[in-house]
Design a protein around this ligand. Sequence first.
Ligand SMILES: Cc1cc2nc3c(=O)[nH]c(=O)nc-3n(C[C@H](O)[C@H](O)[C@H](O)COP(=O)(O)OP(=O)(O)OC[C@H]3O[C@@H](n4cnc5c(N)ncnc54)[C@H](O)[C@@H]3O)c2cc1C
Ligand code: FES
Length: 255
Amino acid sequence: MIQTYSRVVSTDKVGSNILVLSIHSPEIARAVKPGQFINIKVGEWDQPLLRRPFSVYHTEGEILHIIFSVIGFGTTALSQKREGDMLDLIGPLGCPYTIDNDYGTAILVAGGVGVAPLPMLTLALKKLGRSIHTFLGARTRDQIVTKYLENLHLATDDGSSGFHGTVVNALRQHFCDAEYLRPKIFACGPNAMLRSLSNLAAEFDVPCEVSLESAMACGIGICQGCPIEVVGDGRKYALVCKEGTVFDTRTIRIS
Ligand SMILES: Cc1cc2nc3c(=O)[nH]c(=O)nc-3n(C[C@H](O)[C@H](O)[C@H](O)COP(=O)(O)OP(=O)(O)OC[C@H]3O[C@@H](n4cnc5c(N)ncnc54)[C@H](O)[C@@H]3O)c2cc1C
Ligand code: FES
């Protein structure tokens, strides 16, 4: 885990209310793995007090990128950062996705800015020569960001692009229609989507890893504020920030 003061390189709008922030942070850019996150102190002084967690979206040499929706206090402050501003970062945090040899086809699934960890994951999977299919869902077309991704299948709630409905229902249709060679799902998005995806994976007996977005105070396993219910283990809870954020869906219950 590294703490740095890093320089903002650029802030770019890439979708409706969605920005990519690029930061010069060589140490974290070198160390980070797909699915890990950084914790950013977004304000200059004490407000907001808590850091905000963001998945690392992409790295290019010494630059790391995050992608985010402007939601509240912290993300509004981040959206106002400009070239040359300095940011206090801690990372990389959390456990990465498991990129092993136990599957033939990687099925990447994201809802909204849950797309964040997928570009790094795509790159790692491509290096291993894996077949990749990417399912992206959002409310509307202008909230879908497809850069760096492979074999896209889109779904929108309003039908403005791709499948008309949820990304999980789009994937269900593909599971019924298409044959995937030893598939494994890798996903990130809101908990409701991940819960539904977890049920789908169980129904079709497909292994599935999800990156959870829990509310986090410390992000480093100290405050005990990010529990997720564990199943099939001697204990009741795991900490999302430290033991996740990536979990095999067979080992947790998403509420
Ligand atoms: C491990 C991890 C990785 C994350 N990666 C990303 C990422 O790559 N990109 C990204 O955009 N976000 C990501 N998030 C979520 C991001 O940290 C929140 O969007 C951010 O904390 C909101 O901060 P804020 O100060 O703008 O909102 P706040 O002012 O803290 O909250 C404003 C309102 O928004 C609600 N809210 C807060 N977070 C969310 C949320 N995630 N979804 C819906 N409503 C919310 C609050 O309950 C509150 O009502 C991640 C979260 C975690 C835990
Ligand atoms: S956020 Fe503090 S223990 Fe996870």
